[in-house]
Structures are given as structure tokens and as C-alpha cells.
Design a protein. Structure first.
Length: 93
């Protein structure tokens, strides 16, 4: 192993962090992800609206932008109706 090169197998970049014997790229990966071989963190799965037959992404309270806006600007009667058609057990309020 060359003393002037990164200690990761197959990497020939010069060492930037002497204490870890890593190049800048692998040191950044180690700091961000905890592993020099991971290039990105898996993203969270995007959830969809809790209202039946609505496949839009959620905005807030488990509702898409349309149903959230309707919920916030509606009368208490409509809110009760919306609470009844929500499938998930999440409490809206």
C-alpha cells in the first residue's frame, strides 16, 4: 500500500486526512454515512394522502394539499365527514 494514497482498496486519490489515511471523497462519505462505500443515504418512502382513492403525496396531517386545505377552511360538519373517510388511524385535529 502506498503511504501517499487513500487506504480504500481501488482508490488512488491522495490523502487529505492524515489521521484516517483517507482521501477527501472517502472521508466525506465516512462523516456523512458512517461508511466509506455508501454514496448516499436511502430516502424516506413518500407517503400518500390518507383519504380513500387519493394518491397524492402528503402535505400535513397525513393529507394531500387539496384535502388539507379543505380540512382547514371547512365547517365542522365537513371536518366530521372528512374524519370518517380517512383510512389511517392518525388523529386529525
Amino acid at each position: 500500500m502506498n503511504k501517499d494514497k487513500c487506504c480504500v482498496e481501488g482508490c488512488s486519490n491522495p490523502i487529505k486526512v492524515q489521521t484516517k489515511q483517507l482521501c477527501e471523497m472517502h472521508y466525506t462519505r465516512l462523516r456523512r454515512h458512517g461508511n466509506v462505500h455508501i454514496t448516499y443515504k436511502p430516502r424516506r418512502k413518500i407517503r400518500t394522502c390518507a383519504v380513500k382513492n387519493c394518491d397524492l403525496d402528503i402535505k400535513s396531517l397525513g393529507l394531500c394539499h387539496r384535502h388539507y386545505y379543505a380540512y382547514k377552511t371547512s365547517s365542522p360538519d365537513y371536518r366530521k365527514h372528512l374524519d370518517q373517510i380517512v383510512l389511517k388511524t392518525k388523529v386529525i385535529g
